[in-house]
Design a protein around this ligand. Structure first.
Ligand SMILES: O=C(O)CNC(=O)[C@H](CS)NC(=O)CCC(=O)C(=O)O
Length: 294
């Protein structure tokens, strides 16, 4: 299909081939600064002909200080990152997954939400997903996280329609819950997104193998844009993240790895691989009932 043959259909490089840009950043705890960095990277990905661009978890603000978050985070309606990146999608005529934004929640219980957005080339929000599984983990004495102290978990899976491509939306720690990925794929997802801010320790041990496992189990593409490096913090302790934004094909092959540094990783997805792999190895349709485990 030629470029822009139909305004309502996603741009393909050639039949079945979707060009994707994974953005890897080291977001600070300053939303204005992060927005300007990410807008630049989105423009760069678009100039390299990406039709679909993805940003990591908490694109707008990486902070371990609930007090600082309370002073800089905004509600969805006010958020400058959301409005700024919707403009970028429109300007560059791309689909955009904002991996997630930390937001104040209207009418919630006072906690923030960790929310992913799919934006279409007209700059409209077509899907939202609130992270379901909270990273409440003590990896070591110095490495502890209590995500549910600050964030209210979601309770709804999100399957979005990206011009006919089923997109299953997840975030970071969700990666450890394979049933969510299976449910999304069985409901029609061909691409599963896992925007992340993984810890360096668990990242080195688990990141690639879990992403590849989710791709293999579901016969889907897995796209995982990630935060990387050492995040500066004006308040509270700083934080390090693992990086290695990854694109995996439905056979479990790593198509691209963003390494340790900020920037864009471009990758072309041959969408026909989804049907091809699922036809050759149809485990996604081979579930059998087995009753409760006793
Ligand atoms: O806290 C925020 O502002 C945004 N949330 C995150 O960065 C979350 C909770 S700390 N990170 C993860 O889920 C990493 C999971 C991970 O590293 C693993 O599963 O091993």
């Amino acid at each position: 299909m030629p470029w822009n043959a139909r305004a309502n259909l996603i741009r393909l490089l050639r039949p079945d081939v979707l060009r994707v840009g994974l953005i890897q950043t080291t977001s600070s705890d300053c939303p204005e600064e992060n927005l300007s960095t990410v807008k630049g990277l989105v423009a760069e990905a678009a100039s390299k002909s990406a039709a679909f661009v993805l940003t990591p978890e908490v694109t707008n603000c990486v902070s371990m200080s609930r007090r600082h978050q309370a002073s800089v985070l905004q509600t969805e309606n006010e958020d400058i990152t959301l409005s700024g990146l919707r403009e970028s999608a429109l300007e560059h005529d791309i689909w955009l997954l904002i991996g997630s934004l930390a937001l104040k929640d209207n009418g919630g219980d006072g906690r923030f939400v960790n929310r992913s957005f799919l934006i279409n080339p007209r700059g409209e929000i077509v899907a939202r997903y609130d992270k379901i599984h909270m990273f409440d983990v003590s990896i070591s004495a110095t490495e502890t996280y209590r995500e549910s102290d600050g964030y209210r978990p979601g309770n709804k899976a999100a399957l979005a329609d990206m011009d006919g491509i089923g997109l299953g939306m997840t975030i970071c720690y969700d990666l450890r819950f394979p049933r969510l990925f299976r449910d999304l794929a069985q409901a029609g997802a061909a691409i599963l997104t896992v925007p992340s801010a993984f810890s360096p320790e668990t990242g080195a041990a688990h990141w690639e193998i879990l992403l590849r496992a989710r791709a293999i189990e579901t016969g889907s593409f897995v796209l995982a844009p990630a935060q990387c490096g050492t995040h500066s913090a004006s308040e509270g302790r700083g934080r390090k993240t693992y990086g290695h934004s990854l694109a995996v094909d439905p056979w479990g092959r790593v198509l691209a790895d963003g390494g340790d540094l900020t920037g864009i990783t471009m990758v072309d997805l041959n969408l026909a691989a989804v049907d091809d792999v699922r036809a050759r190895l149809p485990s996604l349709s081979h579930d059998r009932p087995y009753g409760p485990v006793k």
